[in-house]
Ligand binder design. Structure first.
Ligand code: ANZ
Ligand code: ZN
Length: 905
């Protein structure tokens, strides 16, 4: 123990300690993980887009994983906690334009400054595993994987609607189209929609597995799983052919085959081949299709459509129904054709009203329905639930569900499952992304860039209105790998979601030059145990990452890992003090930099973790930031005072074990026991909370422990060993969240090495902790009640008498007995207590439950240990007695779990 003797200013200076410990961690390689580590705990935060500066959302996200990683590491786990950069994307191109630089230099600058900010926050990453997606060392593997996917039949060229600026003659990303009027961001010309061929990953091949496997992801929030289910949108239905004379049979897809008798018109998507065929000889239809293709999806309402003059034959009724081409029918959903039933579908109803089409009811509510059949008027509104068939020929009275089954055979249909999920279009007409490794040759068509020519590196950035890659003449023109003739490179780059679909695999071997990741290591290290990030990625990123994982497993690059993330946590939003989402544009932002400078990283981290559980919204509060800061200073000051010998300590009981005691005083054993048990219990509770990522609860426990230590010090001469253990435990439990202060405390308390590398406190709650605590709390509560109701001004002595053993016996019997009184009366042992036992049994019989209690000796000990708290609270002496020692009158009132209380003034 160091005693300086002289008074000095207490507290820590965050500007001094934080950089110091950051350097110490770095020197000691605390966060490095060896390649040969076996199945480490994989803790991962979604890597940031390289905007140049961290915002509070990042800080929150990364504090969560860092605290959890540190917790696991101290518990003895080897922990993989890497960080990288999602560094491709359009904003870098815009920034480069604005600043007259190029996306690469701009991005690298952003990375450097963000890396510094992360370090200043005290986040501990294995920087040797840093992954940067805009480096050819990384993106070459996007290209390589693209080729493997293509070989596996998972890459297709399909038409897709793109934004086209007729003035700039270029395709625009959605982000480059501005406002309702949809103007080009550069020249303000209204954009057009053009159908163009694009590269797609056929994620729909995995739709069923992506859906099914969601059930097994029980470490994921339900809402995310539900969002993915909806996104995949499985529909079970049937396809049936309708004949359109002159054009042959046209397959429709329906989920309501039971309503086929009510079909009063037929609809084709503008892109349906039969619609196109009709357009050849029908100008109205041709015009409509042209218009629909130009328009944005949401521009047309559901009533938009054109009658073709053709009719389709309803196979159920033999009737001819008019054929429309309507934009609400989507070309790539189902078969792109449907029969419409205005009486039972809202959309069809609206369309029928607008086009004056018949509405024929064929389903009515069954007996189990809440509405009466007579109250339904399908002319007014569609009746959409299942029911009983009417006006359906020989099938009247059949239930919808049965009809759907029956009709598949009757109308020669086929059961068919459809998904809302579309294939993943990965083509982007911009520079700052992964070049798609394809070459187009007039003679050979699309030819892959051979593996040995990978990576296809990005050429120098060119300032231009269109896609810089289109302007990179030298880069663009190459020889065809097949025939050697003149050919052109694909100038589209990949969606940046490709980068983030497998970066978590690359962390296993970030420098590997002959494969995207180390297959054995990845198979061992994956899946990620705890993944933390924003809810905005609930669908796209998480679905694509799941898709990639399944594909690479099927390509034998991974073994036995079909899901990437076992546990997922979406951190809630950070709100400004005004209660709105914190954002630059609102001006309610708090910059992490400023908080670090003013209060230090630990304060920011502690505030964030105490203010709300990770999934909940967090409202910024300057006051609470201040309070977090004070708490850290107070803990630190208490430790310093102890270290400086300003806390007078002694040794409890006879077994003097603390060599650090200088004063040689005797400390009260009961109190020391009490505090020691609270220390253990706190460690147990905090551990459990950390495991569940309920950091705020864990920290609450730490705060309680610290205030107990302070009371301990004020109430008596603390036992040195117990007091120091309390401080050390509090420091350790605090350190995942406030690691710099943790280290500082560790060294103030005279320990060697780093706290980050020390062991987590043992996490077993002491024996009978919960029951003892309840006994003490109830007793204190009862004393307060008595003092209040009786109006005792100045209590002198509080006597507590615990119940005798026989009463415990009665409770034990009551606990198991159906009929308490007879069960007690029949007990031989208890008979000698006569009417007292009977009375007590009668009293118990009226109660609903019997809490677990301690044996009489246990109660005596527990109350004796806690007597000091009662003495402190009521400023009175406390006497704890067994039933035998107590006054008869008092002892009689004692019950198990509820000592009798006498208060003398
Ligand atoms: C007849 C019918 C009658 C339908 C009825 C519904 C209700 P949901 O409803 O979301 O499960 N459909 C089929 N192909 C389509 C396409 N390419 N574009 C737009 N809609 C299409 O989706 C299934 C229903 O969507 C199908 O069932 C079909 O309309 C329509 F009382 O067929 B239904
Ligand atoms: Zn060729």
């Amino acid at each position: 123990m160091t005693t300086t003797g002289e008074e000095r200013e207490r507290g820590f200076d965050h500007t001094a300690i934080e950089p110091r410990w950051q350097a110490a961690w770095e020197d000691a390689d605390v966060f490095r993980i060896d390649d040969d580590a076996e199945d480490p705990e994989y803790v991962l935060a979604m890597f940031p887009y390289t905007s140049g500066s961290l915002h509070m959302g990042h800080v929150r996200n990364y504090t969560i994983t860092d605290a959890f990683a540190r917790f696991e590491r101290m518990r003895g786990e080897s922990v993989l906690h890497p960080m990288g950069w999602d560094s491709f994307g359009l904003p870098a191109e815009n920034a480069a334009e604005e600043r007259d630089t190029n996306p690469r230099d701009w991005t690298m600058q952003c990375i450097d400054s963000m890396r510094d900010q992360l370090t200043e926050m005290g986040f501990g990453y294995d920087w040797e595993r840093e992954v940067t997606t805009c480096e050819p060392e990384y993106y070459q593997w996007n290209q390589w994987l693209f080729k493997r996917f293509r070989e596996a039949g998972l890459v297709e060229r399909q038409g897709a609607e793109l934004n086209w600026c007729p003035s700039c003659e270029t395709v625009l990303a959605d982000e480059q189209v501005e406002g309702e009027a949809e103007l080009c961001w550069r020249c303000d010309t209204p954009i057009e929609h053009r159908e163009m061929d694009q590269w797609f990953f056929t994620i729909t091949d995995y739709a069923e597995e992506l859906l099914e496997a969601l059930d097994g992801l029980d470490g994921w929030p339900n809402n995310v799983r539900e969002m993915q289910r909806n996104w995949i949108g499985k529909q079970e239905g049937a396809s049936v052919a309708f004949e359109i004379p002159g054009y042959g049979d046209v397959d429709i897809f329906t989920t309501r085959l039971d309503t086929i008798y009510g079909a009063t018109y037929f609809s084709l998507a503008p892109g349906h081949p039969v619609a196109q065929e009709i357009a050849e000889s029908n100008e109205d239809v041709a015009e409509y299709i042209e218009m629909a293709e130009q328009a944005d999806e949401d521009d047309l309402d559901v009533t938009s459509g054109v009658f073709t003059g053709e009719y389709a034959v309803n196979p159920a009724t033999g009737e001819e129904i008019p054929v429309y081409v309507a934009d609400y029918v989507l070309t790539d959903v189902g078969t792109g054709a449907l029969y419409a039933v205005p009486a039972h579908d809202d959309r069809d109803h609206e369309f029928a009203e607008a086009h004056d089409i018949d509405i024929v009811q064929v389903v009515e509510p069954g007996p189990e329905a809440e509405v009466d059949a007579d109250d339904i008027d399908v002319q007014e509104a569609a009746y959409t639930p299942d029911g009983l068939l009417v006006d359906s020929g020989e099938y009247d009275g059949l239930h919808s569900e049965d009809a759907r089954e029956t009709f598949v055979d009757v109308f020669d249909g086929e059961e068919r499952t459809e998904y809302n999920l579309r294939d993943w279009g990965i083509s982007r007409q911009r520079y700052w992304g992964t070049p798609i490794p394809m070459i187009h040759c007039e003679d050979c068509g699309y030819v892959e860039v051979p593996d040995e020519d990978l990576p296809v590196e990005l050429p120098e950035f060119i300032h231009t209105t269109g896609n810089p890659l289109d302007a990179a003449e030298e880069w663009k023109h190459v020889d065809c790998p097949d025939c050697g003739g003149d050919a052109v490179r694909e100038t589209d780059t990949m969606d940046t979601f490709v980068d983030s679909s497998w970066y978590f695999l690359r962390y296993t071997a970030p420098d590997l030059t002959d494969a995207p990741f180390d297959a054995d290591r990845a198979s061992d290290w994956m899946p990620v145990d705890q993944y933390v990030g924003g809810i905005e990625h609930a669908v796209m990123h998480l679905l694509y990452a799941r898709f990639f994982t399944k594909v690479v497993e099927d390509l034998d690059m991974l073994d036995g890992v079909r899901e990437p993330f076992t546990n997922l946590t979406n951190q809630g939003m950070v709100l400004g003090e005004d209660g709105h989402k914190m954002s630059k544009s609102r001006g309610n932002g708090v910059s992490p930099q400023r908080i670090i400078e003013e209060y230090g990283a630990d304060t920011a981290r502690l505030f964030i973790m105490e203010a709300a559980q990770p999934e909940k919204e967090l409202a910024w509060s300057a006051e609470e930031v201040q309070s977090a800061h004070s708490f850290l200073q107070n803990v630190y000051t208490l430790a310093e005072e102890y270290a400086d010998g300003d806390v007078e300590t002694g040794t409890a009981g006879s077994e003097a074990q603390s060599a650090s005691t200088e004063s040689g005083e005797t400390a009260n054993t009961d109190i020391a026991d009490y505090v020691a048990r609270e220390i253990e219990a706190t460690a147990a509770r905090a551990t459990e909370e950390y495991e569940q990522l309920r950091f705020n609860h864990a920290l609450q426990a730490v705060r309680e422990l610290v205030s107990l230590l302070r009371r301990y010090r004020n109430a008596t001469t603390p036992d040195a060993e117990v007091f120091e253990r309390g401080l050390t435990t509090a420091a350790k439990l605090l350190s995942p969240v406030a690691p710099h202060v943790g280290e500082e405390l560790w060294s103030v308390l005279d320990n060697d090495g780093l706290m980050a590398e020390s062991d987590w406190p043992s996490a077993e709650a002491p024996e009978d902790y919960a029951v003892s605590r309840r006994l003490v709390e109830n007793t204190r509560e009862d004393i307060r009640d008595i003092v209040d109701t009786v109006g005792i001004e100045d209590p002198q002595t509080i006597t507590l008498a615990v119940a005798p053993a026989w009463k415990h016996r009665v409770v034990d019997i009551a606990r198991d007995a159906d009929d308490v009184v007879p069960a007690v009366m029949q007990n031989e042992e208890l008979q000698r207590y006569g009417s007292a036992a009977a009375d007590f049994a009668k009293e118990l019989a009226g109660r609903a439950q019997y809490d677990e209690t301690l044996a009489p000796e246990g109660e005596l000990t527990a109350l004796a240990r806690a007597a000091w708290l009662i003495e402190e609270e009521f400023d009175a002496d406390v006497v704890v007695q067994s039933a035998a020692d107590a006054d008869d009158g008092l002892a009689k009132k004692a019950e198990p779990g509820r000592p009798a209380i006498d208060i003398a003034e």
